[in-house]
Design a protein around this ligand. Sequence first.
Ligand code: ADP
Length: 179
Amino acid sequence: MAPTTSRDPAPPRVEAVEGDITREQVDAIVNAANSSLRGGGGVDGAIHRAAGPVLLEECEELRAGPLPAGLPVGQAVATGAGQLAASHVIHTVGPNRHAGQTNPALLRSCFTESLRIAEELGARTVALPAVSAGVYGWDIDEVARIAVDAARSHRGRSVEIVRFVLFGAPALQAFERAL
Ligand code: ADP
């Protein structure tokens, strides 16, 4: 018989808010990283600044260990969260449109893999940014459609709330349209 403490796999509540993802009080924050895992601009830079140097140290340990060539596009990996209020950072690498990475399945994979890792971590609440909608050049409406569809398709025993945290009103409106 299944343990009574574990709920049946269920879809999460999916929501969108405007804000700075580094301020989120959730179990896991998803980072739109780059393959090097060595930090960058945009939301990646903001998360590293807010988490403190320990986050980069943990990323360097991944490079020195299981990920010598970095994290491939569409995959996700977890670290601790340093000084953030969250317990975990889940790093994922979005496809870069400017580098010819235009396959929507790769972008969808960023969201599904991040949520799969969140399940493994036992996270109940997860905050995600609009992966690839910044420097990597994807249209915000396309990102929103793919992200919302991936989140709504998720089925798990742990993740109950998926919150997209968007920078600026146009990004929020795109996610509200997709919802
Ligand atoms: P990518 O390289 O995957 O495109 P970016 O960081 O350039 O990643 O942008 C992804 C999205 O994150 C953009 O919509 C950008 O406006 C947004 N963003 C940047 N900083 C933050 C932040 N602190 N909180 C939430 N979203 C952010």
